[in-house]
Design a protein around this ligand. Structure first.
Ligand code: DTR
Ligand code: CA
Ligand code: ZN
Ligand code: ZN
Length: 444
């Protein structure tokens, strides 16, 4: 059983409270985490096969729902709420604790469905999600009944196994993704920071059965990416990193608040290259999904092999990450004290003290950064190890005028002893905008 270190709270909480009460918060100071207990981990349980026939039966249900409700399952249309009701009934019957969260977008009521599997460490939530809505032009079977059905069947497999995972398992189906990630943004925006901090990873599945499939893995977090890549390499299936750009699906809502994200994708309107056809089969020069956002996105618009492989990969990730084994990091050391960053001035630092660990830091040390700034291109960010070695996390850039640096970086710190004072060093190198370090954390 992997014991997670108690989250460090004492020093930073006092500083933060002092800030809230208006007394001058002392300069950021080293925060200390209670010594992490010697961690041991158990071998992950092997996931069951996810029966393709079951996943396809759910697709048929979603197709029937669309047919009975004007031909689609879009936000604000009856077919969407009918899709929610179908899922909720199955999950309630399987023993999940379900919550339907309402929101409004474009004058229409939208719904998110959250299903919690009772048990597991409430402070380590492993979250799998998919958007449930279609576009108005069709049933939305590949986009995204495939993701919705695959995580449903994985949840039902958890129930069939009466799984007792070490992490707490949560599944989510999002509304109004096609309108701009509306449902997942609403969920995250209304999730208290303390609850966000408990999410050890969010896995997103949006289009995982494309008829001319590619096998793409999100590369946002190396630990989560590695779980999927190793699964596919075990099948002898080459994967590529998902490059259609951040922000293209609901994982962005979670990544934007510093939560580790991963996921799978089989491609949309982009064209499969000859090299990709060589390794994956299918048709070069043709879109991965020619029916993307079209009325022909129906149950005939799915590649069974891709859907089966991805469904099994999802179960592999849930079992591997949720029942011990190689899990994303769980020992957190953070400093939430605000540190002002002088405009075009000297570098400032914020310190966390790591103690009680043995050996060196990991090769994939996660560095969560939350810097509020009105022109993030001004900002240079380094991680400084206890021996003074600096690791550049972010360079300045003249044309990046966006606000804030809220990112999770991964550093190969395997040459650094874990214990000691680690610093986040931040400098504003251009005039007219300024900001502050809001918080930062190391996750081992
Ligand atoms: N935005 C998704 C389809 C999509 C396009 N690029 C990506 C990359 C990763 C996941 C999904 C997508 C939609 O239309 O629902
Ligand atoms: Ca299978
Ligand atoms: Zn779409
Ligand atoms: Zn989609």
């Amino acid at each position: 059983m992997k014991l997670s270190a108690p989250r460090r709270t004492a020093a930073a909480a006092v500083i933060a409270l002092a800030g809230l009460l208006g007394t001058a918060a002392p300069a950021a100071t080293a925060s200390t985490a209670a010594p992490a207990p010697a961690a041991a981990s158990v071998q992950a349980l092997a996931a069951p096969d996810i029966p393709l026939a079951n996943v396809k039966a759910h697709l048929t249900q979603f197709q029937s729902i669309a047919a009975a409700n004007g031909g689609n399952r879009a936000h604000g249309r009856p077919g969407y709420k009918a899709s929610i009701d179908f899922l909720k009934a199955k999950l309630d019957a399987a023993g999940f604790v379900t919550t339907v969260q309402q929101f409004t977008s474009g004058g229409q009521i939208g719904y998110n469905l959250i299903a919690d599997w009772p048990g597991g460490d409430a402070n380590q939530v492993l979250f799998a999600g998919a958007h449930l809505d279609s576009v108005t032009s069709g049933a939305g079977i590949n986009d995204n009944a495939t993701g919705s059905a695959a995580i449903l069947e994985t949840a039902l497999a958890v129930s069939r196994a009466q799984l007792q995972p070490t992490k707490h398992l949560r599944f989510g189906w999002w509304g109004a993704e096609e309108l701009g990630l509306v449902g997942s943004r609403y969920y995250v925006a209304n999730l208290p920071a303390a609850e966000r901090a408990k999410i050890s990873g969010y896995l997103n599945f949006d289009m995982i059965g494309s008829p001319n499939p590619g096998y793409f893995v999100y590369d946002d977090n190396p630990a989560l990416e590695g779980v999927f890549k190793s699964y596919f390499s075990g099948l002898g299936v080459a994967t590529e990193i998902e490059t259609e750009g951040d922000g293209r699906s609901d994982h962005a809502s979670f990544k934007n608040v510093g939560i580790a994200v991963g996921g799978l994708f089989t491609g949309a309107s982009r064209t499969k290259t000859a090299a990709q056809a060589q390794k994956w089969g299918g048709t070069a020069g043709q879109a991965f999904d020619r029916c993307y956002h079209s009325s022909c996105d129906n149950t005939s618009n799915v590649n069974d092999t891709a859907l089966d492989r991805n469904s099994d990969a999802i179960a592999h990730a849930i079992w591997t990450l949720g029942t011990g084994g190689t899990t994303p990091p769980g020992d957190t050391y953070e400093n939430t004290a605000d540190v002002a960053i002088p405009d075009n001035g000297a570098a400032v630092t914020s310190t966390v003290t790591v103690s009680g660990r043995t050996g060196n830091a990991p090769a994939a040390l996660s560095v969560g950064v939350d810097i509020k700034h009105t022109w993030r291109g001004d900002v240079v960010v380094d991680l400084v190890a206890p021996d003074g070695t600096a690791y550049r996390l972010k360079n300045s850039s003249a044309n990046d005028s966006a606000d804030n640096v809220i990112e999770t970086y991964t550093v190969d710190a395997s040459s650094e002893p874990a214990n000691g004072d680690w610093k986040l060093r931040v400098q504003d190198v251009a005039s007219q905008d300024s900001g502050r370090i809001d918080s930062w954390k190391l996750v081992f």
